[in-house]
Design a protein around this ligand. Structure first.
Ligand SMILES: *Cc1c(COP(=O)(O)O)cnc(C)c1O
Length: 432
């Protein structure tokens, strides 16, 4: 049979690669025709609530009119132009907005295409900074276990060595330094004993290899893909002091946590300190177009700029794409123009109440909620395919990962829609 005779789904299954799937043995896949608000509409007309916010991006819902209008208007004026030697209002206006809402010390913005690239950029900045400071040996990184930072080579090297792909790409990945994930959870009282709060181990690793380590990179407060784990921000305050003592840069990957998801605008806001470099992505454009950025402080920017060669060695073709900048500006204006904190708090409270019964199920290990993130952790691995098999009946699209059945609902989700999501999660927890 020639490709022309295949149905859309057949073509997809025979020719298109999907994220983390077997291309010759694809799992159940839905053809999506359109989307609006919290809903995606499938080929057969079924509407499903997107409880994943399409991988945590779509906080204002699908096809938000303010964001699509911003993209349309920009499309009619300047869809793209190279950023070398040229600049434009969308990049500048978004920059102004970012400076208004992000941690104060972060003053320099590098726009790029995706989260993984923003992590690459952050790591390159750290190495170039250390080089400029005369520490040429500092090219490695320290990180915590069960982290996730993306799928490109350097980002992959600081993902969890067990659940990440270290075994598979052994020999090809850079050697990095791993410490235990921060052991004190956000719900616990802080434990002021370095032997029990993880900081003794961190000190040991950072001190032991200080001459080789350029930066300490981690997801602040919420570890996402690596386990949906929420830890105490005091760990970060003390890590900051340790990094300062040893001349190691502190890098926060806020790609999953940024823009209100945790109940704070940035997870950094839970801390009393700020990182040297921050990565933003996912929700930056409200899920309407791929975009990310890396922001840093004057110390790093002036360090890199004052070194040899001075120029920062990175520059994507689509850097600061005007469509993406316009989408991001519209999305951030929407976010800050509403009582986002109230919305996230209401979602949080409702999830607390409605997911609580899962604690009594025999196969459930834990139920965790922070901001608009709701997690049922099972005692065993759960299959996304089996969740999909129930999606039509539930009217909810959930894609469990590892042991976690979780939701990151759009902030516009109504109480009734959220009840459908939590009911779906409870059903999966009972049946999977
Ligand atoms: C998703 C994610 C990334 C990677 O972003 P992509 O846009 O998929 O490349 C990096 N870090 C964290 C914390 C993420 O959640």
């Amino acid at each position: 049979m020639s490709a022309a005779d295949l149905t859309q789904l057949e073509f997809d299954q025979q020719h298109l690669w999907h994220p983390y799937t077997n291309v010759v043995k694809p799992g159940p896949t839905f053809v999506v025709k359109e989307s609006e608000g919290v809903h995606i509409t499938l080929e057969d007309g079924t509407r499903l609530i997107d409880a994943m916010s399409s991988w945590w991006c779509m906080m204002h819902g699908h096809r938000n009119p303010a964001i699509t209008k911003a993209i349309h208007d920009q499309l009619d004026r300047l869809p793209h132009v190279m950023f070398g030697g040229l600049t434009h209002d969308p990049a500048i206006d978004l920059g102004r907005k970012l400076l208004e809402i992000t941690p104060e010390s972060l003053t320099r913005i590098f726009y790029c295409d995706s989260g993984s690239v923003s992590v690459e950029v952050a790591m390159k900045m750290a190495v170039q900074y250390q080089h400029a400071m005369g520490f040429e040996g500092r090219s490695q990184f320290a990180t915590v276990r069960s982290g996730y930072h993306g799928d490109t080579w350097k980002a992959m090297s600081v993902c969890d060595p067990d659940t990440g792909m270290h075994h598979l790409f052994q020999g090809a990945l850079s050697v990095q330094h791993f410490v235990s994930r921060p052991p004190v959870t956000i719900d616990q009282e802080w434990i002021d004993d370095p032997a029990r709060n993880g900081l003794a181990e961190l000190r040991q690793v950072l001190e032991g290899s200080a001459k080789k380590i350029a930066g300490f990179i981690l997801e602040p407060v919420v570890q996402g893909t690596g386990g949906m784990y929420f830890y105490h921000p005091e760990y970060l305050n003390q890590a900051r002091a340790l990094c300062d003592e040893l001349g190691i840069l502190l890098i926060f990957d806020e790609i999953a946590t940024g823009f209100g998801r945790t109940g704070a605008l940035f997870a950094t806001d839970f801390c009393t300190v700020e990182p040297d470099i921050i990565c933003l992505g996912k929700g930056l454009t409200g899920g309407h177009i791929s975009f990310a950025c890396t922001m840093t402080n004057d110390l790093v920017a002036e360090g890199v700029g004052g070194g040899n060669p001075g120029i920062f060695m990175h520059g994507p073709t689509y850097m600061a794409n005007p469509l993406a900048c316009a989408a991001a500006k519209a999305s951030l204006d929407l976010l800050t123009g509403q009582d986002w904190q109230g919305r996230v708090a209401a979602i949080s409270e409702q999830m607390q109440a409605e997911l609580a019964p899962a604690r009594d199920l025999p196969n459930v290990a834990d139920v965790r909620i922070l901001g608009a993130i709701g997690v049922i952790e099972m005692k065993h691995q759960v299959s996304a395919d089996e969740a999909h098999a129930r999606a039509h009946e539930m009217g909810v699209f959930l894609r469990p990962f590892g042991k976690n059945i979780y939701t990151m609902p759009p902030f516009i989700t109504s109480p009734d829609q959220l009840s459908e999501i939590t009911a779906g999660m409870l059903r999966l927890a009972r049946e999977l």
